[in-house]
Design a protein around this ligand. Structure first.
Ligand SMILES: Cc1cc2nc3c(=O)[nH]c(=O)nc-3n(C[C@H](O)[C@H](O)[C@H](O)COP(=O)(O)OP(=O)(O)OC[C@H]3O[C@@H](n4cnc5c(N)ncnc54)[C@H](O)[C@@H]3O)c2cc1C
Length: 366
């Protein structure tokens, strides 16, 4: 009989796939349980922003390390996983964020004038306020990343839903799934919206705040620009103070969303059913004012769940119960390879990194 894998990973979003891949780098076998398709949850859809800018210097450092892991995996998986076109940020937070980034070691970031801004972000209307360019940031090629990681993991990814898991008195973890009952040395739960529920079964109450989010995609007018940066607009110049935008591969489409989310009840129902459509309308109106390089009629909508921690929209943390680790947070796509390596290290018995413990409140502005 085949020997059972050593580690169970619950969830084949970008975090679970990265964790299993990082375990494989160490020669450790894993089984990845996914109840749907890999990358269909919060990791769904094309493109995410990789940016170094955060309000917590510890997170800036983690992201700097994360970029190196993305590059390593890009080489190994034989695909561009992050575009080389950078991220531009606009608005009053720029000077503070620039200072934090410049204090970190080796992040290529600088302020830019309106001429350079136009060259980097030709879809944007005229803007003369504070702006910076994170040259080491870019658009994450999400679909390629998910596909390549899932391919590399092959049969380790199984279609099965984990119903419950618990530590045993033998110091192992028992996983009960739709079609199985297995014992592992360790389990790592990266189940997105499903993580808090599985944690509750072992007595942990994770402060995860589920919410709903919408992102709209627009067609670029005319020939796609050769280079186009991602955008983080906190300026208010175009009527909104929290907007992000990211190109698709090939630059012919550009996705735009407000950072704002809509709170939902614990069971996923909406207190205000119109709120998500209103967010959509605001993103649409923003495009008509700020992005004249786009056809203002959306060609795609991405409605999705997000799971934030209370201390920051970039917060992330890992909880432990015996040999089970639970990872939670928001804006985790960019962090996934670095987080995956940290989870793999913890899964094989190394101390969990201090900054990832919930008490560290990683991501909290400092
Ligand atoms: C529109 C949008 C824009 C975003 N923009 C950015 C951005 O610019 N930059 C950034 O870094 N991040 C961004 N994020 C956030 C980022 O995409 C997510 O934080 C990240 O994808 C979460 O990955 P995950 O693997 O933790 O969760 P998920 O992708 O949700 O994966 C969890 C998986 O677990 C599976 N699962 C759950 N329960 C079970 C169970 N019991 N048994 C088996 N399988 C189970 C689910 O089916 C799912 O596939 C954005 C998110 C959205 C939605």
């Amino acid at each position: 009989m085949d020997q059972a894998p050593e580690v169970a990973v619950i969830g084949a979003g970008i975090v679970g796939l990265s964790t299993a891949y990082a375990l494989a780098e160490r020669g450790v076998t894993a089984r990845v349980y996914e109840r749907g398709l890999p990358g269909h949850g919060q990791s769904g859809g094309q493109s995410r922003i990789f940016r170094h800018a955060h309000d917590d210097p510890r997170m800036v450092e983690l992201t700097r390390q994360g970029r190196a892991v993305w590059d390593e995996w890009s080489d190994r998986l034989g695909a561009e996983l992050i575009s080389g076109d950078g991220v531009v940020a606009l608005g009053s937070p720029v000077p503070r964020r620039l200072r934090i980034l410049q204090e970190a070691d080796g992040i290529p970031v600088r302020s830019v004038d309106s001429a350079e801004l136009h060259a980097r972000m030709p879809l944007l209307a005229d803007y003369r306020g504070p702006a910076m360019l994170d040259e080491g940031g870019g658009a994450i090629r999400t679909r390629v990343a998910v596909e390549r990681l899932a391919d590399a993991l092959g049969d380790s990814v199984v279609t099965d839903e984990v119903i419950s898991l618990h530590p045993t008195d033998r110091g192992t973890v028992e996983v009960l799934s739709a079609v199985g009952r297995e014992e592992y040395a360790t389990a790592v739960v990266c189940a997105g919206l499903g993580t808090a529920r599985l944690a509750r079964s072992v007595g942990l109450s994770l402060p995860v705040q589920p919410a709903a989010h919408v992102r709209l995609t627009f067609q670029v007018e005319g020939e796609p620009p050769e280079r186009v940066a991602c955008l983080q607009d906190s300026s208010g110049e175009f009527g909104e103070v929290g907007v992000y935008a990211v190109p698709y591969p090939g630059n012919s489409r550009y996705a735009v969303g407000l950072s704002q989310t809509v709170e939902v009840r614990e069971d996923g129902s909406f207190a205000d059913p119109a709120a998500l459509a209103e967010l959509s309308d605001r993103a649409h109106a923003y495009v008509t004012r700020a992005l004249p390089g786009l056809d203002p009629e959306p060609v795609e909508y991405l409605h999705c769940w997000v799971t934030s921690l209370p201390w920051s929209e970039d917060g992330m943390a890992v909880w432990e119960a015996g040999r089970i680790f639970f990872a939670a947070g928001h804006n985790l796509f960019k962090q996934a390879p670095r987080l995956g390596r940290a989870l793999a290290a913890a899964a094989v018995g190394e101390e969990l990194e201090e900054d990832l413990r919930p008490a560290a409140a990683l991501g909290q502005p400092r």
